[in-house]
Design a protein around this ligand. Structure first.
Ligand code: GDP
Ligand code: MG
Length: 181
């Protein structure tokens, strides 16, 4: 990660984690390219996408890493986590098992990363209200217990996607500013 004074560049590594098929890749595509891929497979090979965000007039590069399907085999490597300063832990609001896995993902994150990592709990697929399996309250409560930001999103309908990523990026930026002071 690079950070620093006026005129310097900011580059933040952010990782997407969570069970298979919760919508991690689609959240990233929606954020980085404003696209949704209905037929997305667990693509092997895509590592990360870089998105430039303006935070208080400063140019911040967010390098967002996607698991590229590693999570199917519970084999997200330590290289994936290395140097991460932010994380979005994603579950699918229509599939409770993915919510039950959140604690395991948080444990894994704690094992590999600094405790200062900016963390957000993301309940994706909020467009699937008719088959909702996890309430908003449950998501909020878990986030509060674990000290995470919380947001429900829809990569399909483009709900809160920008906001979720930007909140994490802003928090990382604030963390750095606090360290500098
Ligand atoms: P990943 O394995 O976590 O990367 O999940 P993907 O991004 O590949 O998405 C898995 C499946 O969920 C795909 O069929 C997507 O079309 C679908 N999906 C992803 N995001 C949403 C969403 O916000 N709403 C709905 N309804 N489907 C979604
Ligand atoms: Mg994926």
């Amino acid at each position: 990660m690079a950070g620093g004074q006026e005129g310097e560049e900011y580059l933040f590594k952010i990782v997407l984690i969570g069970d298979s098929a919760v919508g991690k890749s689609n959240l990233l595509w929606r954020f980085a390219r404003n696209e949704f891929d209905q037929n997305s497979k667990a693509t092997i090979g895509v590592e990360f996408q870089t998105q430039v965000v303006d935070i208080d007039g400063k140019e911040v590069k967010a390098q967002i890493w996607d698991t590229a399907g590693q999570e199917r085999f519970r084999a997200v490597t330590s290289a994936y986590y290395r140097g991460a300063v932010g994380a979005l832990v994603v579950y699918d609001i229509s599939r409770r098992t993915t919510f039950d896995s959140v604690k395991r993902w948080l444990d894994e994150l704690t094992t590999h990363c600094d405790t200062t990592v900016a963390r957000m709990l993301v309940g994706n697929k909020c467009d699937l209200e008719n088959i909702r399996d996890v309430s908003v309250e449950e998501g909020k409560n878990l986030a509060e217990e674990e000290g995470l930001f919380f947001m429900e999103t829809s990569a399909l309908e483009s709900t809160n996607v920008q906001t979720a990523f930007e909140m994490v990026i802003r928090e990382i930026f604030n963390n750095i500013s606090r360290k500098v002071l």
